[in-house]
Design a protein around this ligand. Sequence first.
Ligand code: ASP
Length: 333
Amino acid sequence: MYNRRKFIESAAALGIIGLLPSAVLAGTKSTLNNSESPPLPIILSTWSHGIAANAESMRILENGGTVVDAVEKGVMIPEADPNNRSVGLGGFPDRDGKVTLDASIMDQHGNAGGVCFLEDIVHPISVARKVMEETPHVLLAGDGALQFALENGFKRENLLTPESEKAWLKMIMEKNYEPRINWEEKHNELHDTIGLLAISQSADIAGACTTSGLGGKIRGRVGDSPIIGAGLFVDNEIGAATATGMGELVMKTLGSFLVVEFMRNGASPQEACEKAILRIVDKVNGYAKYQIGFIALNKKGEIGAYSLQPGFNYALYANGKNVLINADSYFPK
Ligand code: ASP
């Protein structure tokens, strides 16, 4: 397994398997010593937009918010950012020029909610939370999800910013509808979900995942992010995981559930993420064309991250520091 040895050496040096191996490699210093468990709370999220999301999440926890408040409010930051091409407002549209959003949320009691193929609402994560808390259902889709949002006071807004429209027109001109991989810098704007996991001071775990999905997707396409067990899974007794990348590969392997099940069976979060990537390699045809990244944390606050292709990074807020870390990957750089 690529980088396995490097990972084990780094983790061993820290004394904490699964915590910050890449941070050490990237020169980010851990303040943990060998005998300590990482102090809680800890926030972990995908990609560089995770830094601002983590900061908001931590602020919510420090001000007495619940862990589910923390994950919701955290991911609302990239959702509202018009410059973020892959989440919420300004998200890259589908093939027909419509921004359609997917989101899911789970709390520490095993409750879950999601919305998919939702249009015109800046904060799908908050609609997902309403589905979780105020309906007997888990997932609402399309027009029904929009109707539910409007009935619950959400405002209708055009999510297609001039910049996202320009990017869409360019894609149309190029007639390039190929789903793109996101490990190359220039493709980063096409799909980069934010998945955010938090463990509170009292070791309660929640997670949120929100995205505009794959840029240029066929209208009606729904990815892994709103599907509980695929893009997100939380079991408060074990840990949590979330995914980013080409959602179809994650859906075919129920990736986030799989990561949590590996942890249930004794794997560290790092090992669990690696095993879930290997499952994709073993089972999904054509995997080598795509990027997938997983992040995970367990009940002890140990964390893990791993991707199929190089280029995946994640934001970790622990020990008072909020840092961006390059994940190890199955394929070498
Ligand atoms: N997983 C998302 C999807 O397939 C996109 C991403 O994370 O890049 O919709």
